[in-house]
Design a protein around this ligand. Structure first.
Ligand SMILES: *[C@@H]1O[C@H](CO)[C@@H](O)[C@H](O)[C@H]1NC(C)=O
Ligand SMILES: *[C@@H]1O[C@H](CO)[C@@H](O)[C@H](O)[C@H]1NC(C)=O
Ligand SMILES: *[C@@H]1O[C@H](CO)[C@@H](O)[C@H](O)[C@H]1NC(C)=O
Length: 370
């Protein structure tokens, strides 16, 4: 925690303290915790806050509402819904199109608060997205700062937003409990909420997914390692490998500066072992994973991108070099999409800091929802 507090307090004391040199380019970073570069954008673009850690020069004028102020639509666009028009049994008591806290969803040692967003029209056997916030965030902040809820109105899936119970609102990704299948702590509370949704809401057990940013990205890797039986895919935005923060015997939710700074460099086999150790004896399928990271991330250093690549390529038995590595038309220039096999993609974002902006529509494609 102390390392994190230092990071956060530094960011509070020195926000944009250095004089910005020039203007940030289109798609460039223009603000956020830890950012000391340009805070104004080239003309034709607007500096838009995407989360506490990242503001970006987006094309267009100020008339485009920034994602942080996006209010989820209460009615789906006509003709685009895949829904049946009636909620599965168990979901009917949940109010639609609003963030709603659920309780009594099973074993939850740390009393992780969990919120649900149910769209107006839920698909039959809906997919479930567990959307996991960054340090300093909350379920509410991730709900308003992302488009997962808004897009559920189109695609009919259900969103769960866990909220960290810890001071500083990072997730416990360091204790032995959280890093072990059914071992306890935050990961078990989150897993319980997913199990509850499958058991009571008609959620399709084959389409339960985790998505997270920063600390939530670390948790996504932890869930993928410790609960591969529940989570069928994960999207990791600016995180660290599963087990990288491991500090057994120290308090839950400890900050691991060695990992954060990219100094924990292991072999693929050693990283894969951390995944296997998270659920000893598990022989089933592993979640398909998509990992995003910026090359100038100074909170969770970009070495963590390459360590995460080693981890999952080894777990999947994929080659250590990508079979393709290309730019994508929908992504800003400087982003490269490295594919290692059908279940693993790693997107590196040149010149992007902490964190990579969300690309929700593309995540939905990866998850097979859109
Ligand atoms: C980690 O937790 C598991 C399950 O709670 C336990 O079996 C194991 O002995 C623990 N390992 C360490 C190193 O504490
Ligand atoms: C993909 O290619 C880019 C350069 O185009 C390179 O910077 C990046 O490291 C490559 N990605 C991987 C995972 O090797
Ligand atoms: C990365 O490339 C693969 C292979 O072409 C493609 O299937 C996938 O959609 C791409 N991922 C992203 C995030 O663009």
């Amino acid at each position: 925690m102390f390392g994190l507090k230092n990071v956060l307090s530094l960011a509070v004391i020195l926000p944009f303290a250095r004089l910005a040199v020039g203007q940030a380019a289109e798609w460039g970073q223009c603000g956020g915790i830890g950012w000391s570069g340009a805070t104004t954008c080239v003309s034709g673009t607007v500096c838009t806050k995407l989360n506490d850690y990242y503001s970006q020069c987006l094309p267009g004028s100020a008339t485009t509402p920034p994602p942080t102020t996006t209010v989820p639509a209460t009615t789906p666009p006509p003709g685009t819904t895949t829904s049946t028009g009636s909620a599965p049994p168990g979901l009917s008591s949940i109010p639609a199109s609003t963030l709603h806290q659920i309780t009594g969803f099973g074993t939850n040692p740390n009393n992780v608060p969990v919120y649900v967003y149910k769209p107006a029209r839920v698909a039959a056997n809906p997919p479930l997205i567990m959307a996991i916030h960054y340090c300093g965030g909350s379920a509410q902040a991730y709900y308003t700062g992302s488009k997962f809820a808004q897009l559920s109105e189109t695609y009919g899936y259900v969103v769960l937003y866990p909220s960290s119970p810890h001071s500083g609102t990072c997730w416990d990704v360091s204790s032995n409990q959280t890093l072990t299948h059914n071992g306890g702590s935050d990961s078990l509370g989150i897993a319980s909420a997913a199990r509850y949704a499958i058991a009571n809401w008609g959620v399709d057990a084959n389409r339960v997914f985790a998505v997270g940013t920063s600390s939530g990205a670390m948790m996504t890797n932890v869930l993928a390692a410790a609960y591969p039986d529940i989570f069928k895919a994960g999207i990791v935005d600016s995180g660290v490998p599963a087990g990288c923060f491991s500090l057994p015997g120290q308090p839950e939710d400890s900050w691991n500066a060695q990992c954060a700074q990219g100094q924990l460099v292991l072999t693929g086999q050693q990283w894969a072992q951390r995944v296997f150790d998270a659920y000893p004896g598990y022989t089933g399928a592993r979640p398909k994973m998509q990992v995003w990271h910026g090359t100038v991330d100074t909170v969770l250093y970009p070495q963590n991108f390459y360590e995460t690549v080693k981890q999952w390529t080894t777990v999947f038995g994929y080659p250590s070099t990508p079979i393709s590595n290309v730019s994508e038309p929908y992504l800003p220039s400087g982003y490269s999409n490295a594919t290692y096999g059908p279940n693993f993609q790693a997107i590196l974002a040149q010149g992007v800091g902490h964190t990579v902006p969300l690309f929700e529509q593309q995540y939905l494609q990866f998850l097979g929802i859109a």
